[in-house]
Design a binder for this molecule. Structure first.
Ligand code: NAG
Ligand code: NAG
Length: 412
């Protein structure tokens, strides 16, 4: 009896404290949020979570509210739009081909500048995605297909859902995407990279699970970026030909030897043939090459191909070139991102944080030549097309003289 009473009183006390915590943490808007803490946390996330594949570890139980105040929501949207205006007050919109901010806002009947990075796992998309997200007023549709887990989407049947999701999201329409939100409830990482949305969701997780809110929030932003590592370029034709969306696509390619070396450290990769087999990676690279040639001919100003190694060797120049292609101007925030992520050592953060000249070529000193040799046998054609030089033997591979990259061009 006594035990039972104790049990109930403990339950009661626990319940009461949960209620108190909930009352105390009632949503507060984050305009006054301290950026120094925020940016440090982001830096850690950036390091820890790459390509969002920490499928198991990202689960976090969430506290759900039965409802939230509609007044709070209106205020939040209002403040967000005010903040975007403020952050872009010195931006020259002529660089984006328009007169003023409103011309880029869905909410005001304008058309946002939209970009999609198409790539595969461990090819530098995290870095490139963060560069674009350093742009003020950017809404980052981080990898929307985590829910498909570790597969490549090369055609039917998965492509139907994938393409319709991409189009809807770029229109800020999240209706009918229950799978996406359900997956996100258990894998908050799906939302965390969309920093401007996450700034609010981290206080009130269910905002991120709400299709209507996400859609309204998204419509306030003049720039939208997305990265997909599971959809092959060929399929993006359907997105490129959508004149209304007016999307620009960046195909990011990396030396398969660097990709495979980087994937070796990822638990998510090994059980999945699409991730683990170099012959599948390289077949996709050939398919992407052919698709790139065709699409560049059809849409010369809407597709850009980029090799990760070029980005790593010349981050500033390559970023300038990329921004120009996308119709974006360089901003102090992007400059700051590049300088903190490419040269300066951030306190307490290991050197892997930096993207520097040796990062793309680390595989040379890490991989076993027999493995590289086997890979080169199945990847020769893909490597020839994309301008990656073969290593002849172990000493050649590790020598300083061996430069793995050479000139290439996409035949149209
Ligand atoms: C939105 O914000 C503006 C400027 O801060 C203010 O004048 C306006 O009353 C606000 N509207 C609502 C509905 O809160
Ligand atoms: C390794 O390859 C290089 C470059 O082709 C060649 O000059 C060298 O003789 C080779 N070394 C051995 C041990 O085969």
């Amino acid at each position: 009896m006594l035990r039972k009473v104790n049990f109930y009183s403990i339950c009661f006390a626990f319940g009461l404290s949960v209620l108190l915590i909930l009352a105390g943490s009632r949503y507060t808007d984050n305009i006054n949020y301290h950026p120094s803490i925020e940016s440090r946390r982001n830096i850690r996330n950036f390091l820890r979570v790459e390509d969002g594949e920490n499928l198991q570890s990202m689960y976090e139980p969430t506290i759900t509210f039965p409802y939230y105040d509609s007044i709070d929501i209106e205020k939040l949207l209002n403040k967000t739009s005010f903040k975007i205006k403020y952050d872009l007050s010195t931006y020259n919109f002529e660089q984006s081909g328009v007169q003023k901010l409103d011309d880029l806002l869905l909410e005001s009947g304008g058309k946002p500048i939209r970009s999609v990075i198409v790539s595969t796992w461990r090819s530098g998309t995290t870095f490139l995605g963060e560069v674009l997200n350093a742009m003020p007023g950017n809404f980052y549709h981080y990898e929307p297909f985590l829910k498909f887990e570790i597969v490549q989407i090369r055609g039917l049947p998965l492509s139907t859902e994938a393409l319709s999701n991409i189009k809807n999201m770029l229109r800020c329409n999240f209706e009918g995407m229950e799978d996406y939100f359900e997956y996100g409830k258990k894998h908050l990482n799906q939302f965390r990279h969309n920093t401007r949305l996450w700034d609010h969701c981290k206080y009130k997780k269910e905002l991120c699970f709400d299709a209507e809110f996400t859609g309204r929030f998204c419509k306030l932003f003049p720039f939208q970026s997305m990265k997909v590592v599971r959809v092959r370029l060929r399929l993006m034709q359907e997105i490129l030909e959508d004149k209304e969306l007016n999307v620009k696509v960046v195909l990011l390619i990396r030396d398969p030897r660097g990709v495979m070396q980087s994937r070796q450290h990822r638990d998510f990769c090994q059980p999945a043939p699409d991730c683990w087999k170099p012959e599948l990676l390289c077949a996709d690279m050939i398919s992407d090459y052919v698709a790139a040639g065709r699409l560049l001919k059809q849409y010369p100003d809407k597709l850009m191909v980029l090799r990760y190694e070029e980005l790593a060797l010349n981050p500033v120049g390559t970023t300038q070139y990329l921004l120009k292609f996308l119709g974006l101007g360089m901003t102090p925030s992007i400059e700051r991102f590049l300088s903190t992520h490419t040269s300066v050592e951030v306190a307490g953060v290991s050197s892997t944080f930096r993207i520097s000249q040796d990062v793309p070529f680390r595989w040379k000193n890490v991989l076993d030549f027999n493995y590289v040799d086997d890979m080169q046998t199945v990847c020769k054609e893909a490597m020839d097309l994309w301008g990656y030089r073969l290593a002849h033997n172990s000493s050649h591979m590790t020598s300083k003289e061996f430069n793995p990259i050479m000139e290439y061009s996409v035949r149209q």
